[in-house]
Design a protein around this ligand. Structure first.
Ligand code: HEM
Length: 164
């Protein structure tokens, strides 16, 4: 049915809500900012202390939300009989390890664990950055190559013999 603008109303056929793609870009930008600040401390000094604490909290919270919404996307797709590429499991693994690494960095900044020397913090930050950025690269591949979460996904063929 044509809408008021005269364009045909476009029904969305993908079962996936666009929450994950919406959230991940905020999570990634804050993860990049907080991760690189370990190598460029001048970056952190430009923020008031309270503002920086808030940024670190927001980065971890958004990464956790990215994991939750991603998990929900993958579950929804699996229930809809969509063919899940092997990379989707690699994406999940990289994202979970990356988020855990940021969690460790967050904990060490809160001094709830013994204070780490700056060299160790830098190694953890580098690992977190590489893991989260690799997860994002594989995520992009899932959408732009495998069309996951779009209206052009491939569904698994029906079984050759009907199930009893
Ligand atoms: C650190 C956490 C995560 C980051 C930064 C991340 C990043 C991304 C990015 C950048 C995309 C492409 C979005 C687009 O351009 O449209 C994507 C897609 C996707 N991710 Fe993640 N992801 C994360 C966690 C997860 C987890 C834990 C899962 C599954 C358990 C997951 C499942 C998916 C799926 C199914 C897609 C394609 C469909 C969709 O967009 O919903 N992600 N992800």
């Amino acid at each position: 049915m044509p809408s008021k603008t005269g364009l045909r109303r476009c029904e969305r056929s993908s079962p996936v809500t666009p929450l994950h793609p919406f959230l991940v870009h905020f999570a990634l930008s804050l993860a990049l900012l907080t991760g690189t600040s370990e190598f460029f401390p001048g970056l952190r000094d430009r923020f008031p202390e309270k503002g920086w604490r808030l940024t670190e909290n927001a980065a971890l919270l958004l990464l956790l939300l990215a994991v939750l919404t991603g998990w929900h996307s993958l579950d929804t797709l699996a229930l809809q009989n969509v063919t899940l590429p092997r990379q989707s499991f690699l994406h999940r693994l990289l994202a979970i390890f990356g988020t855990t690494t940021y969690g460790l960095l967050w904990l060490s900044a809160r001094r709830r664990v013994p204070a780490l020397p700056s060299g160790s913090r830098r190694m953890i930050a580098l690992a977190g950055l590489l893991l989260v950025l690799s997860a994002a690269a594989v995520g992009g591949h899932l959408v732009y190559e495998d069309r996951l979460g779009t209206d052009f996904m491939r569904t698994a063929p029906p079984p050759a013999f009907p199930l009893p």
